[in-house]
Design a protein around this ligand. Structure first.
Ligand code: GZL
Length: 307
């Protein structure tokens, strides 16, 4: 018999962790912070090696991050495109490198849908419609013009384009409903306050503010109060996201109606990553579930809100 010392079989090499490269938009809003936390917590939960970057809302930084992930040969790339266009080149590079790409939160306008496996995110047109429907209903018997100002999200972003379109669609049936000013506040409180100050200087008779996110609405509320007006009373305010600070303002009657935009996309993203790695078929579009809240509703659910 072979008297040679036997050696224990080598311990199986720890299964190589799935590596996920995530190129985040930035840290511009409460929504984004909650979204980042959801991605990071879920990746940890899933045991993935997460590489994460913050692009400070600049497309070139997101493109750089994606190129880095390609060089690092990650298993999957995911990102939330800060704007809709300008992605085809870098997405082709990922495709040539045989690295699947998952879109989360925001969409791209690429015609070639083979450039990404799936898009997990809200239906922003639907969100704009929910906001517009509420305004159209509130002012359905208006006998004189209702002057609306609009704080748009980041110029060129899917949420800004679609929330604007959905809202306009729902109010077009009533000629009294007039959007007298519409400008980007870049989804931030600071810019929302600055643009609302300009709106208040230019227009003495604003009836409604439609803000594409809570952070801009909260900035605008500071400007409205500084002008000696009562937010939620002198100026009716509708917003989108339903983050904690927005829901708090709603519970205080400073925001009258909030359309929820769910940032907790982490679990669905990690499920999609596992499915991609397993070679499973994934639906091209995964829509997140979300509701709406009046001031009354906000009071009831505020304590239970996760973000
Ligand atoms: C929407 C998301 C938007 C939020 C903003 O899914 O892209 O970006 O509504 C965030 O708060 O800045």
């Amino acid at each position: 018999t072979n008297a040679g010392a036997t050696t224990a079989p080598a311990a199986p090499a720890a299964a190589k962790k799935i590596s996920l490269g995530f190129a985040q938009v930035g840290a511009e809003s409460g929504w984004r912070t909650a979204n980042t936390k959801s991605v990071q917590d879920s990746a940890k939960e899933a045991g993935f090696d997460l590489k994460f970057s913050d692009a400070q809302q600049k497309q070139e930084n997101q493109i750089k991050a994606i190129r880095t992930y390609i060089q690092q040969k990650v298993d999957v790339i995911a990102f939330s495109p800060v704007v809709e266009s300008g992605w085809d080149t870098v997405l082709k590079e990922a495709k040539d490198a045989k690295i699947p790409v998952i879109l989360t939160d925001r969409a791209v306008d690429s015609k070639d849908t083979s450039l990404y496996v799936t898009f997990i995110g809200s239906d922003f047109v639907e969100e704009g419609k929910k906001a517009g429907k509420w305004v159209a209903d509130k002012y359905k018997d208006a006998k004189e013009d209702v002057n609306i100002v609009e704080l748009q999200g980041t110029t060129g972003s899917a949420p800004a384009n679609d929330r604007k379109a959905g809202f306009a669609e729902e109010i077009k049936g009533n000629a009294h409903l007039k959007v007298i000013a519409s400008q980007t506040g870049d989804f931030t409180r600071a810019k929302g306050k600055e643009v609302m100050q300009a709106f208040l200087k230019a227009h003495k008779d604003i009836d409604v503010l439609y803000a594409h996110n809570d952070d801009m609405a909260l900035g605008a509320i500071q400007a409205i109060e500084a002008a000696g007006l009562k937010p939620g009373q002198d100026i009716t305010i509708i917003s989108v996201d339903a983050v904690k600070d927005g829901m708090t303002a709603a519970s205080e009657g400073k925001i009258n109606f909030i359309v929820e935009c769910n940032p907790l996309l982490g679990p669905q993203l990690m499920q999609a990553v596992n499915d991609v790695i397993a070679g499973k078929q994934i639906e091209k579009r995964i829509v997140t579930k979300e509701g709406v809240f009046t001031s009354e509703d906000a009071k009831k659910v505020l304590a239970d809100r996760q973000y």
